[in-house]
Design a protein around this ligand. Structure first.
Ligand SMILES: Nc1ncnc2c1ncn2[C@@H]1O[C@H](COP(=O)(O)OP(=O)(O)OP(=O)(O)O)[C@@H](O)[C@H]1O
Ligand SMILES: [Mg+2]
Length: 321
């Protein structure tokens, strides 16, 4: 079942407003959306395109395995007719990454100017959305082009997604490019964080509409996934046939010792009693208890005991000595 986009209404609104400015003012605006992997950058971009329905979208992303110069533009050109572009055919061969093109024909500066001219021609009178996905993974020539496009004042929304520069192939260059984008007048800058427990709950309610998932379950799933939408959708895909109870985490995420401690909790034992039963220190018991609270998503030891009873996650103490 498709999961609805949750918790990004403000970001979507801001990007829609930016698009409206581009449409009515005829000027260019960059928008940079950063976030860790799987936080929903691409999802937000799709939502923006769906909400605004621009007639012209030029979209490209990095080729994951071996970035080559002008990957972004090559991806764009692969999807758009290029017969009447105002640049020499051999330069175009360069920009579309034709393998037979003679090397060293253009200086990097000249090629960059031609790349900007190409995009300008493709955008025409606009308005357009230029989507640059995963800036952090782009080749340096594409990064320069993106920075130039931000300054070129095309009638376009330049919508860029990126993981934080630390994750980039060229961290400094990526950071510099982002700074140039964000420094343009009127630029939009957004950072997508993790979803909170309530937002995770909203998604669970949607997926398990029949079984009214509890706030405790939402909390457990939130802890288990760190509120990362990608991890959450993966978990939902795996568990969807099993029903919501499994979402809190399978018992086999626990170590054998944690299961023993959980079994003791289910019998209502205190930490001191558990320590004695398992022949370990009270301090060690405390560590096991806090770990298994985290793993089971239980808010208290009573909740963990209940979880053990419901999920069969506890084991009887076997090593008393
Ligand atoms: N706000 C959200 N609400 C619900 N689901 C979401 C949300 N954002 C993302 N998802 C889901 O999480 C998954 C990952 O999202 P997405 O691919 O957009 O992340 P990303 O930030 O682009 O990741 P990457 O850095 O790997 O490109 C998708 O399956 C998407 O449907
Ligand atoms: Mg993405």
């Amino acid at each position: 079942m498709p999961v609805p986009m949750v918790g990004r209404a403000a970001e979507l609104d801001e990007l829609r407003r930016a698009w409206a400015l581009v449409c009515h003012g005829g000027r260019g605006l960059p928008a940079v959306v950063t976030g860790l992997p799987g936080t929903g950058k691409s999802t937000l971009v799709s939502a923006v395109l769906q909400a605004t329905e621009p007639e012209l979208v030029l979209s490209g992303s990095a080729r994951v395995h071996s970035p080559a110069p002008y990957d972004w533009l090559a991806a764009v050109l692969a999807a758009h007719p290029r017969r009447e572009l105002p640049i020499p055919p051999d330069a175009l061969s360069w920009l579309v990454q034709d393998p037979d093109v003679p090397r060293e024909r253009y200086t990097p500066e000249a090629l960059l100017r031609l790349a900007v001219r190409t995009v300008r021609a493709l955008v025409g009178a606009g308005p357009a959305v230029l989507v640059v996905e995963d800036l952090h993974a782009l080749d340096p020539a594409s990064l320069s082009l993106v920075a130039e496009l931000a300054a070129a004042d095309l009638p376009a929304l330049l919508l860029v997604t990126s993981q934080p520069p630390e994750a980039a192939i060229s961290p400094q260059l990526t950071a510099r490019t982002m700074a140039r984008l964000a420094g343009a007048p009127g630029a939009v800058r957004q950072h997508l964080g993790a979803l909170d427990a309530a937002q995770v709950g909203t998604i669970l309610e949607h997926v398990y509409a029949d079984s009214e998932p509890s706030p405790e379950l939402a909390e457990a799933v939130w802890r288990r996934t760190g509120g990362n939408p990608y991890r959450l959708t993966e978990l939902l895909a795996v568990e969807v046939t099993n029903g919501p109870a499994e979402l809190a985490g399978p018992a086999n995420d626990l170590t054998a010792r944690e299961r023993e401690v959980l079994g003791c909790l289910a019998e209502g034992m205190s930490n001191k009693e558990i320590a004695r039963a398992l022949g370990i220190s009270v301090r060690t018991v405390t560590v096991h208890v806090s770990n298994l609270l985290r793993k089971t998503g239980a808010a208290s030891r009573t909740a963990a005991a209940l979880w053990a009873i419901q999920n069969g996650g506890g084991a009887r103490a076997t090593t008393a000595s």
